[in-house]
Design a protein around this ligand. Structure first.
Ligand code: ADP
Ligand code: MN
Ligand code: MN
Ligand code: MN
Ligand code: MN
Length: 362
């Protein structure tokens, strides 16, 4: 499985076939989050529809949940409920990617469907007009799971030249990063930028600002596109929060957040209120901010300590950073630096709303 021949795709050979007439039919790729925060998808044929599909016109589908750790053998059908539609940057034309929620046969959300509760929290607090912007850090690995550009034995030179680096020996696989950027734009994802990160082979893309539930939807679809693009290049994407132990930066999912009150003149009052509420529920947040985050939130490598909440202006060693320009203007947004790269954006944005504005009624 680790051999290159086995895994390299032949996207260039596929290219001429993309122009073939589909005779009034489209490919609809149903995408879902599996039992380990991984992503799965499968495709079906649907008739072409004038003006395109919205989630409401798309059929519910299902899959074998016993094959993905999402359901027992005896009751294995899990339903795929369409929630967002994107143009397909791989198949082009009228073909679409559909983000779906997983539902059980008994009418309950599947165990790993964190979107349903997030959506309810966003609806309950819609008057706040919440915006989110997430910074997704990740590491590109070869098929033997070694970060690209790292020597087979030993380590690269210490961190310093790699962050926003330019030139051979400083960054690797920029083609993957740029292909992903383009694919996100084509699909209508609100991608707002990319940069090379502090650890060699680590990159970041940002999505946002997004309104409420759109944040999780766009980030999950951007993750899906990244896996698909990397597949073409024969690369693996790691969202591990501390891919290499030692003096190497971990990978986070910094979560920028604001409400209408925070964005307006005098917003600092609301920013401070939110920070105090976040402080009181530090443990509850850490519990949903990603697996293995303890190895990352050490108080070193631009992180705050996992045990202790802190905040500060322009402080990259704090749990919450108030950007310098926000402090200067007296309004804007805050950056929650605690979430790990592998966290579920629905859990992050959901708990922020719950903590700042109240839980769903029982
Ligand atoms: P950093 O300086 O921490 O690396 P980035 O430029 O990578 O910051 O990311 C900043 C993020 O903040 C972007 O995703 C952007 O969409 C988001 N953002 C900007 N303004 C707001 C706002 N008012 N509310 C929420 N998010 C915001
Ligand atoms: Mn079958
Ligand atoms: Mn950033
Ligand atoms: Mn970063
Ligand atoms: Mn950041």
């Amino acid at each position: 499985m680790a051999s290159k021949e086995y895994s390299l795709s032949n996207a260039a050979n596929l290219r001429p076939f993309l122009e073939l007439d589909q005779k009034g039919a489209i490919m609809a790729e149903y995408v879902w989050i599996d039992g380990e925060l991984g992503i799965r998808s499968k495709t079906r044929t649907l008739p072409y529809k004038e003006g395109g599909y919205t989630p409401d016109d798309l059929p519910t589908w299902n899959f074998d949940g016993s094959s993905t750790g999402q359901a027992p053998n005896e009751d294995s059908d899990v339903y795929l409920k369409p929630v967002a539609v994107f143009p397909d940057p791989f198949m082009l034309g009228d073909n679409i990617l559909i983000l779906t929620e997983c539902w059980n046969n008994n009418g309950m959300p599947n165990k790993y469907n964190h979107r349903d509760e997030c959506r309810k929290l966003m609806e309950l607090h819609a008057a706040q007009k919440p915006w989110f912007g997430l910074e997704q850090e990740y590491t590109l690995l070869d098929l033997t799971e070694r970060p690209y550009g790292w020597p087979t034995n030993g380590y690269p030179a210490p961190q310093g030249p790699y962050y926003c680096g330019v030139g051979a020996g400083k960054v690797v696989q920029r083609d993957i990063v740029l292909a992903h950027y383009k694919a996100c734009m084509y699909a209508g994802i609100k991608i707002s930028g990319i940069n090379a990160e502090v650890m060699p082979a680590q990159w970041e893309f940002q999505v946002g600002p997004c309104d409420g539930i759109e944040m999780g939807d766009h980030l999950w679809m951007a993750r899906y596109l990244l896996h698909r693009i990397a597949e073409v290049f024969g690369a693996k994407v790691s969202f591990a929060p501390k891919p290499i132990p030692g003096d190497w930066n971990g990978a986070g999912l910094h979560s920028n957040f604001s409400t209408e009150d925070m964005r307006k003149e005098g917003g600092m009052k609301y920013i401070e209120e939110a920070i105090h509420k976040l402080e009181a529920r530090h443990k509850e947040h850490i519990a949903v901010y990603g697996e293995g985050n303890d190895a990352r939130l050490t108080g070193r490598h631009e992180t705050g300590s996992i045990d202790q909440f802190s905040y500060g202006v322009a402080n990259r060693a704090a749990s919450i950073r108030i950007p310098r320009e926000v402090a200067a203007k007296g309004c804007g947004y805050i950056e929650d630096r605690r979430p790990a790269s592998n966290a579920d954006p629905y859990l992050i944005t959901g708990i922020i709303m719950e903590t700042c504005f109240g839980a769903l009624p029982e």
